[in-house]
Design a protein around this ligand. Structure first.
Ligand SMILES: [Zn+2]
Length: 122
């Protein structure tokens, strides 16, 4: 069974290795929507995979590191593509939430997104 929790954050970034003259080389901002999925068997006694309060606490700690930051200044996000943001969020949550199964990062204004199913998936 899978459960999910969403969070939103706003952040600036630029892509230093984009082609010369490409708008992505200039600093700009996005509103991101992130969906974190956890997978597991609901415990027999509680009927839940994981307390949503636990999930909320952990994803808010991650959100705090991203929201209203310049993503390029965050260690591990020096070249902050959607793909790297998704993997960075996964890495930040994998220890506190070992049931993690998927991270979706949506950039609604661009109608784009990335789905990451972990280092063992493509
Ligand atoms: Zn961008």
């Amino acid at each position: 069974m899978k459960i999910y929790k969403e969070f939103l954050f706003d952040a600036a970034h630029f892509l230093p290795y984009a082609e010369e003259g490409h708008p992505n080389r200039r600093m700009h901002g996005h509103s991101f929507r992130v969906v974190v999925w956890l997978k597991g068997k609901p415990a027999a006694e509680t009927g839940i995979v994981r307390h949503f309060e636990d999930v909320e606490r952990e994803i808010m700690a991650v959100r705090e590191k991203l929201d209203h930051h310049l993503l390029n200044e965050i260690e591990g996000l020096e070249f902050p593509t959607l793909e790297r943001i998704a993997a960075w969020i996964w890495d930040a949550l994998a220890t506190p939430l070992p049931e993690i199964a998927r991270v979706e990062v949506h950039r609604a204004s661009c109608r784009e997104g990335c789905i990451y199913d972990g280092p063992e998936a493509e």
